[in-house]
Every structure is written in structure tokens, then in C-alpha cells.
Design a protein. Structure first.
Length: 135
């Protein structure tokens, strides 16, 4: 059910042109995300062309931030810069996958709400109901 819901959104992101940039897992951007300071992320991300291209180690900045439960301001900074919450990392997981996994285990859906607000603000209650019925 969820896959068909996201298909049109994913198709939009898949059709967008990307500029490949190689960077390591020890890049200034991933270090800034690790520091959990949105202003450091804003400064570091300015040097990257595409936040949806994985690092040489397979990390995606947004997926990393969500998986490591960084501050919502850090995640918002990445979203505002164009990071795709549906882009899969080398573990075949997206930022939304990590957020939903955390929400199901902790009953804390704030990150899911933040990520989904980019796509379907009018359907937020429906998504929360799906999460509630899953556990």
C-alpha cells in the first residue's frame, strides 16, 4: 500500500537530473551532521551539488541524519536543500524508512511527520493512522 502511495513522488525524483559528486564518509558534510548543529550543516552542504548522491561508503546525508536521530533542525536543513527522503542508501533504506522504523519501535512519529510534510501535508493524518495500525 505504502509503495504505491509513494510511486508518483519517487518518479519525480528519479526523473530529475543529478550531478554526481564523490565524497567520503569523512566529508565536512557528514561531520557537520554528526555534530548535530544545523548551522554547521548549512555551511558544509553549500559545497555539495547533489545531496541525493551517496558517499563513497554509501551514506546519504539525510538518511544518515535520520538514522542517527539528529536534531530536527539538521534534518530540516537537508530537506530545504533538496535532500530526497525516499532515496535509498547502500543498505537499501531511505530516510523515511529509518524514521518509520524508529516510529514503530518508539511510538515517536515526529521525524516521519517532518519528512512527509514535504509531500502530502493534507494526508498526514492518514499516514499516522497507518503507523498506528501497524503496532
Amino acid at each position: 500500500v505504502m509503495a504505491s502511495f509513494f510511486s508518483p513522488i519517487q518518479n519525480l525524483f528519479n526523473s530529475a537530473p543529478t550531478r554526481k559528486v564523490e565524497y567520503s564518509d569523512y566529508s565536512p558534510l557528514l561531520k557537520a551532521i554528526g555534530s548535530n548543529h544545523a548551522d554547521a550543516v548549512a555551511t558544509a552542504r553549500a559545497s555539495y551539488f547533489d545531496l541525493n548522491t551517496p558517499s563513497t561508503g554509501g551514506e546519504l546525508p539525510l538518511a544518515y541524519a535520520v538514522r542517527e536521530r539528529k536534531d530536527e533542525a539538521v534534518v530540516l536543513e537537508l530537506l530545504n536543500a533538496g535532500a530526497n527522503p525516499l532515496q535509498k542508501d547502500d543498505q537499501n533504506m531511505s530516510a523515511l524508512d529509518y524514521a518509520m522504523d524508529h516510529a514503530l519501535r518508539s511510538h515517536d512519529d515526529r521525524m516521519v511527520t517532518l519528512l512527509m510534510s514535504r509531500f502530502v501535508e493534507q494526508d498526514m493524518e492518514s499516514i499516522k493512522a497507518q503507523l498506528s495500525s501497524a503496532h
